[in-house]
Design a protein around this ligand. Sequence first.
Ligand code: PLP
Length: 452
Amino acid sequence: MTDPRRRLPAVDALLAEPDVAALIASHPRGLVVRAVRDTIEHARAHGGAAPAGGWGAAVGERTRRLAAPSLAPVINATGVVLHTNLGRAPLAPAAIAAMSRVAGGYTNLEYDLARGTRGSRDGLCRDLLIELTGAEDALVVNNAAGALLVALSALARDGDALVSRGELVEIGGSFRIPDIMARSGAALVEVGTTNRTHRADYEAALTPRTRLLLKVHRSNFQVTGFTTEVPATELAGLARHAQVASLYDLGSGLLLDLAPWGLTGEPSVAEALASGVDAVAFSGDKLLGGPQAGILLGRRDAIAACRKDPLARAVRSDKFTLAALEATLALYRGPAAIQEIPVLRMLTQDVAQIRRAAEALHKGVGKDADIVEGESEVGGGSFPGAKLNTWLVRITPSTQHLAPNTLAERLRGADPPIITRIADDRVLLDPRTILPSEIELVARAVRAALDG
Ligand SMILES: *Cc1c(COP(=O)(O)O)cnc(C)c1O
């Protein structure tokens, strides 16, 4: 018996086949050559058999995959509004327009148009942030982790920063307060216990080395039962008394009160600032609903120190971020924010409206689905424990045995991919996070996935 791997075609022979040669007319030659090599390698690794659909089709499919952009839109049918894996906040139309306005040409990013000299990008969202929040000063950087790094470096480098053991959060497995603190040059001093930290714990840990008291909002988990934490107001007072700085890592950046929609328990930016801490840090792409960014607000001297810190240069934000953030923030000036900013619209959406979207989706899918009550999630570590009632479209394949994992996989393979969740052995679609323009597309993709 000869090894079938010996009969694998040569690269040149495959390139000469008519359907492969035709690919070179519509794709760069180098890409097709790579697809040919990859296809042969794949066959070799799998015993040497020719691809089931023939070589030409396999090379064509691989070329198509190589040519496709690796970052692409997906449809979020999970009901998790701030889904970190799916890129968090979708942007408002005004923010998208602002980004594309600055994308193709030059901008006044660091140019003072009045004086005709070098300007500073630091001024770009600053006035708007001050106007909306009443903070003395503001600085925008690349993300909230970066904001925290800069603030700790500027306010606590070579000294101690005290933080409650109950607030040493890990977010998404890749973001750990202690690791960031270590890199900022500040030494972390943990005080209290996981569930209880008192004012006296901070007081006992104060030494001449202490430079800062840090408060971290406990995103994505709740500590319930026998608990005590020191409120930001008290911590700010204690810091002033001890003549050290205070910093509040707020996480989400809630600019509006969402209590009228039943969403409570997440401290707002206004509340955080009113506590009197020197600086507050939060994300641009969580509840704020803008682009990925880290925002520092607070007292003039504290923010000035952050702006001057060398790390601020390393985590500065780009023109796209600044354009999109400015446009998003501008929406907060008027009553349109709730409707215009997708994150806020999804979070405050009337459940009857979600039901109508579920019905439209159900109608499009047909007999293999029904509508059930369920819950959506805020996500992004915001409003932990909040209940968002929703209506879900539940898929129950009627004609064939189709495992929920297989169905979910087929939907992920749709164009654009549709991300769902599975519960009780069923694929569930939550219309809360499906954009109205996507409903029909999703219905069609589910039908196609059910039919094979
Ligand atoms: C999400 C979060 C961060 C990190 O924000 P990024 O913008 O993702 O860097 C930091 N602190 C808290 C409390 C958070 O919730």
